[in-house]
Design a protein around this ligand. Structure first.
Ligand SMILES: Cc1ncc(COP(=O)(O)O)c(C=O)c1O
Length: 424
Protein backbone atom coordinates (compact mmCIF):
# COMPACT_ATOMS: atom_id res chain seq x y z
CA UNK A 1 0.00 0.00 0.00
CA UNK A 2 1.15 3.56 -0.70
CA UNK A 3 1.05 6.46 1.78
CA UNK A 4 -2.16 7.72 0.20
CA UNK A 5 -3.83 4.31 0.20
CA UNK A 6 -3.02 3.78 3.88
CA UNK A 7 -4.28 7.27 4.80
CA UNK A 8 -7.48 6.79 2.78
CA UNK A 9 -8.34 3.48 4.42
CA UNK A 10 -7.34 4.69 7.89
CA UNK A 11 -9.67 7.66 7.48
CA UNK A 12 -12.57 5.21 7.13
CA UNK A 13 -11.47 2.92 9.92
CA UNK A 14 -10.38 5.25 12.73
CA UNK A 15 -11.83 8.49 14.14
CA UNK A 16 -9.79 11.23 12.48
CA UNK A 17 -7.82 8.53 10.66
CA UNK A 18 -5.54 7.75 13.63
CA UNK A 19 -5.36 5.92 16.93
CA UNK A 20 -3.92 8.85 18.89
CA UNK A 21 -4.79 12.47 18.03
CA UNK A 22 -1.40 14.14 17.53
CA UNK A 23 -0.49 11.58 14.85
CA UNK A 24 -3.07 13.19 12.55
CA UNK A 25 -0.73 16.18 11.90
CA UNK A 26 -3.77 18.47 12.28
CA UNK A 27 -1.91 21.04 14.33
CA UNK A 28 0.75 21.45 11.64
CA UNK A 29 -1.65 21.28 8.72
CA UNK A 30 0.00 18.37 6.94
CA UNK A 31 -0.86 14.80 6.03
CA UNK A 32 0.13 12.08 8.51
CA UNK A 33 3.12 10.02 7.43
CA UNK A 34 2.47 6.25 7.54
CA UNK A 35 5.65 4.62 8.82
CA UNK A 36 6.45 1.08 7.75
CA UNK A 37 9.92 0.61 9.23
CA UNK A 38 12.48 2.14 11.54
CA UNK A 39 16.23 1.58 11.87
CA UNK A 40 18.37 3.55 14.29
CA UNK A 41 17.52 7.24 13.97
CA UNK A 42 15.64 6.77 10.69
CA UNK A 43 12.12 5.82 9.70
CA UNK A 44 10.74 4.96 6.27
CA UNK A 45 7.25 5.71 4.95
CA UNK A 46 5.14 3.47 2.75
CA UNK A 47 6.37 5.28 -0.39
CA UNK A 48 9.97 4.45 0.53
CA UNK A 49 10.96 7.94 1.70
CA UNK A 50 13.54 8.04 4.53
CA UNK A 51 13.32 10.54 7.39
CA UNK A 52 15.61 11.49 10.27
CA UNK A 53 13.20 10.88 13.14
CA UNK A 54 12.83 13.15 16.18
CA UNK A 55 9.45 11.75 17.29
CA UNK A 56 11.14 8.57 18.54
CA UNK A 57 7.73 7.16 19.47
CA UNK A 58 7.25 10.27 21.67
CA UNK A 59 10.12 9.38 23.95
CA UNK A 60 10.75 5.67 24.51
CA UNK A 61 13.36 5.15 21.79
CA UNK A 62 16.48 6.63 23.36
CA UNK A 63 18.47 3.87 21.63
CA UNK A 64 16.79 4.40 18.26
CA UNK A 65 14.51 2.10 16.29
CA UNK A 66 14.91 -1.67 16.26
CA UNK A 67 18.09 -1.82 18.33
CA UNK A 68 19.32 -5.39 17.69
CA UNK A 69 19.71 -6.26 21.37
CA UNK A 70 16.17 -5.07 22.14
CA UNK A 71 14.69 -6.88 19.12
CA UNK A 72 16.52 -10.09 20.08
CA UNK A 73 15.27 -9.85 23.66
CA UNK A 74 11.67 -9.41 22.49
CA UNK A 75 11.97 -12.31 20.03
CA UNK A 76 13.47 -14.61 22.66
CA UNK A 77 10.71 -13.73 25.12
CA UNK A 78 7.98 -14.19 22.49
CA UNK A 79 9.27 -17.66 21.66
CA UNK A 80 8.61 -18.67 25.28
CA UNK A 81 5.02 -17.39 25.29
CA UNK A 82 3.56 -13.90 25.02
CA UNK A 83 1.44 -13.63 28.17
CA UNK A 84 0.61 -15.76 31.18
CA UNK A 85 -1.49 -13.76 33.63
CA UNK A 86 0.94 -15.00 36.27
CA UNK A 87 4.09 -13.91 38.05
CA UNK A 88 7.11 -14.13 35.72
CA UNK A 89 10.88 -13.75 36.19
CA UNK A 90 10.98 -10.91 33.64
CA UNK A 91 8.98 -8.70 36.01
CA UNK A 92 11.48 -9.40 38.77
CA UNK A 93 14.39 -8.61 36.43
CA UNK A 94 13.00 -5.25 35.32
CA UNK A 95 11.61 -4.42 38.76
CA UNK A 96 15.03 -4.96 40.34
CA UNK A 97 16.75 -2.74 37.77
CA UNK A 98 14.18 0.03 38.14
CA UNK A 99 14.37 -0.04 41.90
CA UNK A 100 18.17 -0.10 42.02
CA UNK A 101 18.38 2.85 39.67
CA UNK A 102 15.61 4.92 41.27
CA UNK A 103 15.65 4.07 44.97
CA UNK A 104 11.91 3.34 44.89
CA UNK A 105 11.08 0.73 47.55
CA UNK A 106 8.14 -0.81 45.69
CA UNK A 107 7.00 -0.54 42.11
CA UNK A 108 3.96 -1.71 40.15
CA UNK A 109 4.02 -2.25 36.39
CA UNK A 110 1.03 -1.17 34.32
CA UNK A 111 0.43 -0.80 30.57
CA UNK A 112 0.67 2.96 30.03
CA UNK A 113 1.65 6.24 31.60
CA UNK A 114 -2.04 7.07 31.88
CA UNK A 115 -2.62 4.07 34.13
CA UNK A 116 0.41 4.97 36.24
CA UNK A 117 -0.72 8.54 37.00
CA UNK A 118 -4.37 7.56 37.41
CA UNK A 119 -3.53 4.93 40.00
CA UNK A 120 -0.93 7.05 41.78
CA UNK A 121 -3.68 9.61 42.32
CA UNK A 122 -6.10 6.98 43.64
CA UNK A 123 -3.41 5.83 46.04
CA UNK A 124 -2.69 9.40 47.18
CA UNK A 125 -6.40 10.00 47.80
CA UNK A 126 -6.66 6.81 49.82
CA UNK A 127 -3.53 7.55 51.82
CA UNK A 128 -4.58 11.09 52.73
CA UNK A 129 -8.36 10.65 52.89
CA UNK A 130 -8.65 13.81 50.75
CA UNK A 131 -10.13 14.36 47.29
CA UNK A 132 -8.53 17.39 45.61
CA UNK A 133 -5.50 17.12 43.35
CA UNK A 134 -3.34 19.89 41.92
CA UNK A 135 -1.86 19.87 38.42
CA UNK A 136 -0.12 22.53 36.37
CA UNK A 137 -1.38 24.22 33.23
CA UNK A 138 0.32 22.70 30.18
CA UNK A 139 1.48 19.51 31.92
CA UNK A 140 0.02 16.29 30.52
CA UNK A 141 -0.36 13.19 32.61
CA UNK A 142 -2.39 10.95 30.31
CA UNK A 143 -6.08 10.93 29.55
CA UNK A 144 -7.85 9.85 32.75
CA UNK A 145 -10.91 12.01 33.51
CA UNK A 146 -9.50 13.90 36.48
CA UNK A 147 -6.38 14.91 34.57
CA UNK A 148 -8.09 16.15 31.41
CA UNK A 149 -8.65 19.49 33.00
CA UNK A 150 -7.71 23.01 32.00
CA UNK A 151 -7.29 26.17 34.01
CA UNK A 152 -10.22 28.47 34.57
CA UNK A 153 -9.70 32.22 34.75
CA UNK A 154 -7.61 33.37 37.69
CA UNK A 155 -4.17 32.29 38.82
CA UNK A 156 -5.14 29.30 40.96
CA UNK A 157 -8.50 27.77 40.21
CA UNK A 158 -10.44 24.56 40.34
CA UNK A 159 -10.29 23.16 36.82
CA UNK A 160 -12.74 22.96 33.95
CA UNK A 161 -13.19 19.87 31.76
CA UNK A 162 -10.75 19.87 28.88
CA UNK A 163 -12.65 17.14 27.02
CA UNK A 164 -16.28 16.44 26.33
CA UNK A 165 -17.46 13.61 28.53
CA UNK A 166 -15.62 14.67 31.67
CA UNK A 167 -18.27 15.65 34.23
CA UNK A 168 -17.79 19.06 35.85
CA UNK A 169 -17.96 17.33 39.25
CA UNK A 170 -14.82 15.35 38.39
CA UNK A 171 -12.96 18.27 36.78
CA UNK A 172 -13.86 20.32 39.86
CA UNK A 173 -11.73 18.04 42.04
CA UNK A 174 -8.60 19.08 40.13
CA UNK A 175 -7.01 22.48 40.65
CA UNK A 176 -4.92 23.89 37.80
CA UNK A 177 -2.05 26.22 38.68
CA UNK A 178 0.54 27.93 36.48
CA UNK A 179 3.84 26.03 36.06
CA UNK A 180 6.93 27.65 37.56
CA UNK A 181 4.92 29.83 39.94
CA UNK A 182 5.94 28.95 43.52
CA UNK A 183 3.77 31.78 44.88
CA UNK A 184 0.59 30.36 43.32
CA UNK A 185 1.39 26.93 44.75
CA UNK A 186 1.99 28.29 48.26
CA UNK A 187 -1.18 30.38 48.05
CA UNK A 188 -3.15 27.33 47.01
CA UNK A 189 -1.94 25.42 50.02
CA UNK A 190 -2.59 28.35 52.35
CA UNK A 191 -6.27 28.36 51.34
CA UNK A 192 -6.97 24.73 50.30
CA UNK A 193 -4.18 22.72 51.97
CA UNK A 194 -6.48 20.67 54.20
CA UNK A 195 -8.51 19.28 51.27
CA UNK A 196 -5.60 18.62 48.89
CA UNK A 197 -4.49 15.00 48.48
CA UNK A 198 -1.63 15.45 46.04
CA UNK A 199 0.26 17.61 43.59
CA UNK A 200 1.24 15.97 40.30
CA UNK A 201 3.94 17.54 38.15
CA UNK A 202 6.40 16.87 35.33
CA UNK A 203 9.87 17.72 36.76
CA UNK A 204 10.76 19.07 33.31
CA UNK A 205 7.59 19.85 31.37
CA UNK A 206 7.55 18.04 28.03
CA UNK A 207 4.00 18.53 26.89
CA UNK A 208 3.83 22.28 26.28
CA UNK A 209 7.01 21.98 24.32
CA UNK A 210 9.99 21.70 26.64
CA UNK A 211 9.77 24.03 29.64
CA UNK A 212 12.40 23.86 32.35
CA UNK A 213 11.52 24.21 36.04
CA UNK A 214 12.99 27.02 38.11
CA UNK A 215 14.85 26.08 41.32
CA UNK A 216 12.30 28.07 43.36
CA UNK A 217 9.43 26.09 41.80
CA UNK A 218 11.16 22.77 42.53
CA UNK A 219 11.73 23.85 46.13
CA UNK A 220 8.10 24.90 46.61
CA UNK A 221 6.89 21.60 45.15
CA UNK A 222 8.85 19.70 47.76
CA UNK A 223 7.86 21.93 50.67
CA UNK A 224 4.26 23.13 50.31
CA UNK A 225 2.45 19.77 49.91
CA UNK A 226 4.47 18.18 52.71
CA UNK A 227 3.76 21.07 55.11
CA UNK A 228 0.04 20.47 54.57
CA UNK A 229 -0.01 16.67 54.67
CA UNK A 230 -0.42 16.24 50.90
CA UNK A 231 1.67 14.00 48.66
CA UNK A 232 3.94 14.97 45.77
CA UNK A 233 3.65 12.82 42.63
CA UNK A 234 6.55 13.21 40.19
CA UNK A 235 5.40 12.29 36.69
CA UNK A 236 8.66 11.02 35.21
CA UNK A 237 6.99 9.17 32.33
CA UNK A 238 9.15 11.21 29.92
CA UNK A 239 12.08 12.23 32.12
CA UNK A 240 12.68 8.90 33.89
CA UNK A 241 15.76 7.21 32.35
CA UNK A 242 15.82 10.00 29.71
CA UNK A 243 17.84 12.70 31.47
CA UNK A 244 20.07 10.20 33.25
CA UNK A 245 20.00 6.55 34.31
CA UNK A 246 17.21 6.56 36.90
CA UNK A 247 15.02 9.48 37.95
CA UNK A 248 15.64 13.07 36.96
CA UNK A 249 16.78 13.87 40.52
CA UNK A 250 14.93 17.18 40.30
CA UNK A 251 12.27 16.13 42.84
CA UNK A 252 13.99 13.86 45.36
CA UNK A 253 11.21 14.69 47.83
CA UNK A 254 8.47 13.05 45.73
CA UNK A 255 6.27 10.52 47.55
CA UNK A 256 5.20 8.68 44.40
CA UNK A 257 6.92 8.51 41.01
CA UNK A 258 5.32 7.59 37.69
CA UNK A 259 7.36 6.01 34.92
CA UNK A 260 6.72 4.76 31.39
CA UNK A 261 8.17 5.13 27.88
CA UNK A 262 11.91 4.21 28.10
CA UNK A 263 11.50 1.47 30.72
CA UNK A 264 9.40 -0.51 28.21
CA UNK A 265 11.98 -0.29 25.43
CA UNK A 266 9.31 0.80 22.92
CA UNK A 267 6.57 -1.60 24.02
CA UNK A 268 3.47 -0.51 25.99
CA UNK A 269 4.39 0.20 29.62
CA UNK A 270 3.86 2.31 32.68
CA UNK A 271 4.94 1.97 36.29
CA UNK A 272 4.63 3.80 39.54
CA UNK A 273 6.44 3.42 42.80
CA UNK A 274 7.34 4.87 46.16
CA UNK A 275 7.86 3.99 49.81
CA UNK A 276 6.83 0.46 50.84
CA UNK A 277 4.42 1.73 53.48
CA UNK A 278 2.53 3.74 50.84
CA UNK A 279 2.70 1.26 47.94
CA UNK A 280 1.58 -1.59 50.19
CA UNK A 281 -1.82 0.06 50.38
CA UNK A 282 -2.35 -1.31 46.84
CA UNK A 283 -4.38 -4.44 46.24
CA UNK A 284 -3.85 -7.27 47.18
CA UNK A 285 -1.58 -6.03 50.01
CA UNK A 286 -3.98 -3.21 50.82
CA UNK A 287 -7.40 -1.72 50.04
CA UNK A 288 -6.64 0.42 46.93
CA UNK A 289 -7.71 -1.52 43.84
CA UNK A 290 -5.65 -1.73 40.65
CA UNK A 291 -5.13 -4.58 38.19
CA UNK A 292 -4.12 -5.36 34.58
CA UNK A 293 -4.56 -8.40 32.29
CA UNK A 294 -1.28 -7.69 30.50
CA UNK A 295 0.56 -5.77 33.24
CA UNK A 296 4.19 -6.90 33.51
CA UNK A 297 3.92 -8.57 30.10
CA UNK A 298 6.98 -10.73 29.37
CA UNK A 299 7.76 -9.08 26.00
CA UNK A 300 7.62 -5.62 27.55
CA UNK A 301 9.75 -6.68 30.50
CA UNK A 302 12.36 -8.21 28.17
CA UNK A 303 12.51 -5.06 26.04
CA UNK A 304 12.84 -2.96 29.19
CA UNK A 305 15.61 -5.11 30.66
CA UNK A 306 17.58 -5.02 27.38
CA UNK A 307 17.14 -1.25 27.15
CA UNK A 308 18.19 -0.53 30.73
CA UNK A 309 21.18 -2.85 30.37
CA UNK A 310 22.34 -0.83 27.36
CA UNK A 311 21.76 2.46 29.17
CA UNK A 312 23.34 1.60 32.50
CA UNK A 313 26.91 2.60 31.57
CA UNK A 314 25.74 6.16 30.91
CA UNK A 315 27.50 6.36 27.52
CA UNK A 316 24.22 6.60 25.58
CA UNK A 317 23.24 9.68 27.62
CA UNK A 318 26.53 11.42 26.97
CA UNK A 319 26.26 10.68 23.26
CA UNK A 320 22.60 11.70 22.83
CA UNK A 321 23.12 14.89 24.83
CA UNK A 322 26.18 15.89 22.82
CA UNK A 323 24.22 15.47 19.59
CA UNK A 324 21.26 17.38 21.02
CA UNK A 325 23.61 20.25 21.94
CA UNK A 326 24.84 20.39 18.33
CA UNK A 327 21.26 20.46 17.16
CA UNK A 328 20.35 23.21 19.63
CA UNK A 329 23.27 25.37 18.48
CA UNK A 330 22.46 24.75 14.82
CA UNK A 331 18.79 25.67 15.26
CA UNK A 332 19.68 28.87 17.12
CA UNK A 333 22.06 29.81 14.29
CA UNK A 334 19.42 29.00 11.65
CA UNK A 335 16.85 31.26 13.33
CA UNK A 336 19.37 34.06 13.78
CA UNK A 337 20.51 33.92 10.17
CA UNK A 338 16.92 33.92 8.91
CA UNK A 339 15.97 36.77 11.26
CA UNK A 340 13.21 34.66 12.81
CA UNK A 341 12.46 34.86 16.55
CA UNK A 342 13.28 31.42 17.94
CA UNK A 343 14.22 29.85 21.27
CA UNK A 344 15.75 26.38 21.31
CA UNK A 345 15.12 24.93 24.77
CA UNK A 346 17.08 21.80 25.62
CA UNK A 347 17.31 19.49 28.59
CA UNK A 348 19.63 16.53 28.06
CA UNK A 349 18.56 14.89 24.80
CA UNK A 350 15.13 16.59 24.72
CA UNK A 351 14.57 19.79 22.83
CA UNK A 352 11.90 22.16 21.51
CA UNK A 353 12.32 25.02 19.05
CA UNK A 354 9.76 27.66 20.02
CA UNK A 355 9.04 30.37 17.49
CA UNK A 356 9.15 33.22 20.01
CA UNK A 357 11.79 35.36 21.70
CA UNK A 358 13.11 33.63 24.82
CA UNK A 359 12.44 30.32 26.54
CA UNK A 360 8.87 30.10 27.88
CA UNK A 361 8.45 29.66 31.63
CA UNK A 362 4.88 28.41 31.52
CA UNK A 363 2.07 27.41 29.19
CA UNK A 364 0.84 30.97 28.71
CA UNK A 365 4.28 31.95 27.41
CA UNK A 366 4.62 28.76 25.33
CA UNK A 367 1.32 29.61 23.66
CA UNK A 368 2.75 32.92 22.51
CA UNK A 369 4.81 30.94 19.99
CA UNK A 370 4.00 31.41 16.32
CA UNK A 371 2.23 28.09 15.67
CA UNK A 372 1.45 28.96 12.04
CA UNK A 373 5.20 29.38 11.46
CA UNK A 374 5.80 26.06 13.23
CA UNK A 375 3.32 24.42 10.84
CA UNK A 376 5.16 25.82 7.80
CA UNK A 377 8.49 24.80 9.32
CA UNK A 378 7.25 21.28 10.02
CA UNK A 379 6.09 20.81 6.42
CA UNK A 380 9.31 22.28 4.99
CA UNK A 381 11.43 19.99 7.19
CA UNK A 382 9.36 16.97 6.19
CA UNK A 383 9.99 17.77 2.52
CA UNK A 384 13.70 17.75 3.36
CA UNK A 385 13.54 14.34 5.05
CA UNK A 386 13.25 15.46 8.68
CA UNK A 387 10.37 14.13 10.79
CA UNK A 388 9.64 16.47 13.71
CA UNK A 389 6.89 15.94 16.28
CA UNK A 390 3.77 17.34 14.62
CA UNK A 391 3.02 20.15 17.09
CA UNK A 392 4.76 23.23 18.50
CA UNK A 393 3.91 21.84 21.93
CA UNK A 394 5.69 18.49 21.67
CA UNK A 395 9.29 17.72 22.57
CA UNK A 396 11.85 16.47 20.06
CA UNK A 397 13.82 13.43 21.15
CA UNK A 398 17.43 12.87 20.11
CA UNK A 399 18.64 9.28 20.48
CA UNK A 400 22.05 7.69 20.87
CA UNK A 401 21.49 6.27 17.36
CA UNK A 402 21.50 9.70 15.69
CA UNK A 403 24.79 10.61 14.04
CA UNK A 404 26.61 13.88 13.35
CA UNK A 405 25.49 13.47 9.73
CA UNK A 406 21.83 13.32 10.86
CA UNK A 407 22.24 16.49 12.91
CA UNK A 408 24.08 18.27 10.07
CA UNK A 409 21.31 17.29 7.65
CA UNK A 410 18.71 18.59 10.12
CA UNK A 411 20.49 21.90 10.69
CA UNK A 412 20.95 22.44 6.95
CA UNK A 413 17.27 21.67 6.39
CA UNK A 414 16.36 24.20 9.12
CA UNK A 415 18.49 26.88 7.43
CA UNK A 416 16.74 26.21 4.12
CA UNK A 417 13.28 25.92 5.66
CA UNK A 418 13.61 29.20 7.53
CA UNK A 419 15.13 31.20 4.66
CA UNK A 420 12.59 33.79 3.65
CA UNK A 421 10.48 33.27 6.79
CA UNK A 422 11.40 36.63 8.32
CA UNK A 423 9.21 38.39 5.76
CA UNK A 424 6.11 36.30 6.50
C1 LIG B 1 4.51 13.21 31.29
C2 LIG B 1 3.54 12.19 30.77
N1 LIG B 1 2.77 11.53 31.64
C3 LIG B 1 1.89 10.59 31.23
C4 LIG B 1 1.74 10.31 29.89
C5 LIG B 1 0.75 9.28 29.45
O1 LIG B 1 1.41 8.15 29.00
P1 LIG B 1 0.69 7.14 27.98
O2 LIG B 1 0.56 7.85 26.67
O3 LIG B 1 1.61 5.96 27.94
O4 LIG B 1 -0.63 6.80 28.57
C6 LIG B 1 2.52 10.98 28.96
C7 LIG B 1 2.38 10.69 27.52
O5 LIG B 1 2.97 11.29 26.67
C8 LIG B 1 3.43 11.96 29.40
O6 LIG B 1 4.19 12.64 28.54
Amino acid sequence: MTNDEIRREAALLFPGGVNSPVRSFRSVGGKPVPIVRGAGAHVFDADGQRYVDYIAAFGPLILGHAHPAVVDAIAAAAAEGTAFGALTPGEVELGRRVMQATGLERVRFVNSGTEATMTAIRLARAATGRAVIVKFDGCYHGHSDGLLVKAGSGVATFGLSDSAGVPAEIAGLTAVLPYNDPGALREWFASHGAETAAVIVEPVAGNMGLVEPSPAFLAALQEAPREHGALLIADEVITGFRLRFGLSNLLPGADLVCLGKIIGGGLPVGAFGGRAELMDQLSPAGPVYQAGTLAGNPLVMAAGVATLDLLSSGAAYTRAEELARHLENGLVAACRRAGVPGAAVRSGSMLTLFFREGAPRDYAEARESDTARFGRFHRAMLERGILLPPSQFETWFVSAAHTEADIDQTVKAAHDALAGEAHL
